[in-house]
Design a binder for this molecule. Structure first.
Ligand code: PLP
Length: 376
């Protein structure tokens, strides 16, 4: 099916066009006020996120990676501490742990691509301090199982919820389970700004106060330096853009869930594919589909076929789990389930600028691929 239709994996210009006037008005307003650092729009944004996900404190920071580092530092995690995470995560999750002086310990994930609680428990040593689950692809992990392990072994949980704003487990939002949770507003995230952005969320007053100081050169509310800090603030202009985008955020998540339901409906009978859990297939989870990551036994051929059809797909993290990058100290780590997955996973287009026709076309192309002789 060689058609003229072009469906990029992500469509930044379309998202700008959809709100062009409001975006330009917002920029004009902020710049006319000369309001750039720690201003009203940032405070409003922090209030908006508190309401959206039901959490006491929100601190806008420079990006999702800094959000992780500041959370760890605020929790006092550092040299000698081990932090357990899934190897199927962004390198930033592990890098944040490395840069606070602690050691990332990588474990397996389950069929839904989320961290495997059994694998977590097996990795615990006397030095383990933190479980850091990644709320991957817009799904929240089985937080009951992780909390039970944390309680049993006296560990804290810090969630990397960069991909899961408003995703829920048993009606509770990702980011609000642990001592702290972190978000990224990288442009392709479900809530994306025009550059880098992030946030730390917490229900703990001391963690909130500590992150507020760490992100602003160690200064307290009076502007006095009271500890070592750094510069990691969310730009006010990005916060203003995010406030604008939040007005249509819930609709966007619903549309993503509909797209996921359409993919599921059209592709569920193809034996060679293993699809993400469908929306509402499990009453505990409310997934918001940051990504639609499936597995295929013929992933590379499928990817090339879809490219010929004009459809952009992506292999997350370049097809490598964290332990598969050489030279980072994981050369002896073996995670067979994750390794099999990284050779099979592929992400289909998933964003709010997709139309019904786009989704139908993508599904038709995949069905066509599987009706040809696709085996090697
Ligand atoms: C995007 C992402 C991050 C990092 O966010 P940045 O804002 O790019 O620093 C961390 N973890 C996960 C799982 C992510 O997807």
């Amino acid at each position: 099916m060689k058609s003229k239709r072009k469906i990029p994996f992500f469509n930044y210009p379309a998202l700008f066009k959809a709100q062009e006037t409001e975006i330009m008005d917002t920029l004009h307003d902020v710049m006319s006020r000369g309001a750039y650092i720690l201003q009203r729009d940032l405070e409003e944004f922090e209030e908006n996120i508190k309401k959206l996900i039901g959490v006491k404190h929100v601190l806008g920071v420079a990006d999702g990676t800094n959000a992780l580092m500041l959370s760890l530092r605020a929790a006092g995690v550092g040299h000698g501490d081990e932090v357990i995470m899934s190897s199927h995560t962004y390198i930033a999750t592990a890098a944040a742990v490395h840069f606070v002086g602690a050691t990332p310990v990588l474990v397996e994930c389950g069929a839904d691509h989320m961290i495997d609680p059994k694998s977590v428990e097996q990795a615990i040593t006397d030095n383990t301090r933190v479980i850091m689950p990644t709320q991957l692809n817009g799904r929240t992990c089985d937080m009951d199982a992780l909390q039970a392990i944390a309680d049993k072994h006296g560990l804290i949980i810090i969630e990397d919820a960069a991909q899961a704003l408003s995703s829920m487990y048993k009606g509770k939002c990702a980011g609000t389970f642990g001592l702290a949770g972190t978000f990224s507003f990288y442009p392709a995230k479900v809530l994306g700004c025009f550059g880098d952005g992030g946030a730390v969320v917490t229900n703990d007053g001391e963690i909130a106060e500590s992150v507020a100081r760490l992100r602003d050169h160690g200064r307290n509310e009076g502007g006095e330096v009271v500890t070592w800090g750094t510069n990691s603030r969310l730009d006010n202009i990005q916060a203003a853009i995010l406030n604008l985008k939040l007005r249509t955020f819930i609709q966007g998540m619903e549309w993503r869930r509909e797209i996921a339901a359409m993919y599921d409906q059209a592709l569920r009978n193809i034996d060679d594919l293993s699809l993400p859990p469908a929306p509402d297939s499990d009453e505990k989870h409310y997934d918001i589909y940051q990504n639609y990551e499936l597995e295929s036994g013929h992933r590379n051929k499928l990817k090339s076929f879809l490219a010929e059809c004009g459809i952009g797909t992506i292999i997350q993290w370049g097809g490598k789990a964290v332990h598969q990058f050489k030279g980072l100290g994981f050369d002896d780590v073996k995670l067979p389930i994750t390794e099999k997955m990284t050779s099979r996973f592929l992400m289909l287009p998933m964003h709010t600028a997709l139309t019904d026709e786009d989704v139908d076309y993508i599904c038709e192309c995949i069905i066509e691929f599987y009706s040809t002789d696709y085996t090697d």
